[in-house]
Structures are given as C-alpha cells and as structure tokens.
Design a protein around this ligand. Structure first.
Ligand SMILES: [Zn+2]
Length: 371
C-alpha cells in the first residue's frame, strides 16, 4: 500500500465518472483548495454545509467529494462575513479541498441514478434520458499467428470488444504480411535489409473512444513487433448510451403500496404522491434531484410512476392530466451517493494500492422538516 495525493485519487474517480459526462454548464471539478497534497482521509458528502465542514475538520479530512457544487453561480468576491465567504475561508484555513461531482456522477454507469434504481428494486433498468452516446472505433491489428492469442487477450482485458454483455469480441482472418526491415532495425522476424514474408492474422475489434488510448498501449505492449501495424476506423454504430434517470420493471402493486416502498427504500419520513392511490403500477422511472423537466420522458417511455424530487405544483398538474403518477421523496434522497460513492472509491483505491480512508459524511443535510 502506498500514500496517494489528491490528483491520484481524483484520477481514479474520473475514470468512473469522467467530466465529459456532465451536463453543459454544470460546475464540476476542483472548486476549493488544492489536490497536490497527500490525502489520507476523503469524506463523501451530498452538500457542503457549515456543519459538514466542521465534521471534515474534526475527522482530519484533506478532501471532500461533494455531489452538489458549493460554488454554483460565479463568485464576484469572497467576503468573509457572508456565509459563502466563511465556508470558503474555513476550508482554505484547514487546507481541505472540495471537488464537485455533480451531473457526471448522475450520468455515470453505476452512479447516483443506478444507486437509486437499485434501492427501488428496478429490474432491467435502462437510461431514462439519454445524454451521452459513447463513440466507437474499429481497431485492426496485424500480428504473427504465434502471438494472436496473447494479443486478443490483451485487447479484451484492456476493454476492447464489448458488444452488449459480451466481452473479448473480435474477428480474425489469416493473411500474409510483407515487410523490408531497414538497415538500422532490430526486427522480431527476419534480418535488416532482407525482404520478409510472414504468416500473419488480421484481428479486428471494437473499442469505445474514451478507452482507445489505453487499448492501443496494451496492444503495443503485447505485440512482438518493433513497429506495430494497426488501423483505427471511425464507426457509425451506436455506442453505449448513458444518461440521467433510470426506468425499469417493478412487481405490480398499487401506487399507494409503491409510495410506501419508496419511503422505506430511500429512507425518508414522507413522500408526496400525485395520482390515483389505487392505480396499478408495474413500470417505474426514477431521476435523482430535480426531475421536473424530464417528466415527459417518463411518460413517453411508458412509466406508470415517476419518482423524482422538487416536483412543482404545475408539473404535478401536467402529470395528472397526462395520466402519469408521480412520487416526490425530496431532493435529499440523493444521499444514496454518500454510501454508493464511498464503496466505489474504496474499491478503486484498493485496486490501485492506495492507503486512504474513505467514508461518508454523517451530517443530515435535508433542510426540510415536517410538522
Ligand atoms: Zn441534486
């Protein structure tokens, strides 16, 4: 195990939830402090409130990864007799960095919306609002027959050849490779200055663009040749679709029964319900945070009920008239990210051999009380 700095930890995080997944204009990334220091303790928080910072100080945290960016509107000044100024001052004084992981964490595969879908028991969950289409590339490489297996293995292990739930997919054809090694070369097969003919195979596979570099590096490492002959082609095929919200099947029940389940599953004291309590529901959509503007996606994709926070009065009326049932458990249910991200980041750091303690904030940040 080795010590890690903030940059190294964030690099791991961004492999899981790349910044490129964030919605346009979102304020993500490092917001306060620095990453170029040793990080021994990371706290995962939903909101960066004063009480959360006190907790971080007490627990000697160097880095907070928060879902809601503490700086959302551009700052004009940092005046320390305002609440926001005091928060920034306190964090800087204690050398605590804040990194915001907002809509990129919502969209990420295995992120906020998947944690919510899992909590609600959605089966065969799919993306509700597609926002990101992973571009695909075709990678073709030529290799002597003797090294074909090893190379196919290396390509697959690096993430190439994923088609649906199948991994390590490739196609291989036999052929003849010809080359003339230059005078100052050190060829794996043949001699400098002598034309060579080799029985080679052409291996072709498919690679999502974000991991192309990694796959090419692994391919070159596993290839016996000094100069590897390979081609990368752009593809028009649709890659994996990522996005906000999830939609999936639930065991059939009444809206009232499902609302009660939501309350327990998302650990809230109450939910607001729009629709006929006796209506039967068997397909549910969920979207963490404020999902008002996506209610038509839920309707269009055939959801019987849409679970999201911050439902407006008028959205509720529109949904009622559209015959879409809604359940609002509040915005704070995104607190699932505290446990979810703690677990994910712990696994990533463990795999990387980093000695770092990662834990969720224990502060309850829902501003609402009910009487
Ligand atoms: Zn939110």
């Amino acid at each position: 195990m080795k010590k890690a700095n903030g940059h190294e930890i964030i690099q791991l995080f961004e492999k899981f939830a790349p910044k490129s997944l964030a919605m346009e204009g979102d304020k993500i990334g490092l917001q306060i402090g620095r990453l170029n220091q040793k990080v021994e303790r990371v706290m995962i928080a939903l909101d960066v409130l004063d009480s959360v910072i006190d907790e971080a100080i007490k627990k000697k945290v160097q880095l907070i990864i928060a879902h809601h960016p503490p700086i959302f509107r551009p700052l004009k000044n940092v005046i320390t007799d305002t609440v926001q100024g005091q928060i920034i001052e306190k964090l800087l004084k204690h050398d605590i960095a804040v990194y915001a992981a907002h809509t990129n964490l919502d969209v990420a595969k295995g992120g906020v919306n998947d944690w919510l879908a899992e909590a609600l028991g959605l089966e065969d969950a799919e993306v509700l609002v597609p926002t990101f289409d992973t571009k695909l590339k075709k990678l073709v490489v030529f290799v002597p027959v003797s090294h074909a297996d090893e190379l196919r293995h290396a390509l697959g292990n690096a993430g190439a050849g994923f088609i649906g739930s199948y991994s390590h997919c490739s196609f291989t054809a036999n052929g003849t490779g010809r080359f003339l090694p230059g005078e100052d070369t050190n060829p794996f097969i043949g001699k400098p200055g002598e034309p060579e003919t080799v029985e080679e195979v052409r291996i072709e596979t498919i690679v999502p663009e974000p991991i192309l570099k990694k796959v090419i590096t692994a391919m070159i490492k596993a290839h016996p040749y000094e100069e590897v002959a390979y081609d990368v082609y752009p593809l028009e095929n649709k890659g994996e679709v990522l996005g906000l919200g999830r939609i999936g099947k639930i065991p059939e029940m009444t809206l009232e029964e499902f609302a009660k389940k939501v309350k327990v599953a998302l650990e809230v004291d109450r939910v607001r319900v729009v629709g006929d309590m006796k209506a039967r529901v068997k397909k549910a959509a969920v979207l963490g945070g404020d999902g008002n503007k996506y209610y038509s996606h839920a309707k269009f994709k055939g959801a019987d009920v849409y679970v999201t926070g911050d439902i407006y009065y008028h959205t509720a009326h529109d949904a009622m008239m559209d015959g879409l049932n809604m359940i609002d458990p509040g915005h704070n249910v995104e607190k699932v990210m505290k446990k979810g991200l703690t677990k994910t980041l712990q696994t990533l750091c463990q795999e990387a051999g980093y000695e770092v303690e990662i834990f969720p904030s224990q502060i309850h940040t829902d501003p609402f009380q009910f009487i």
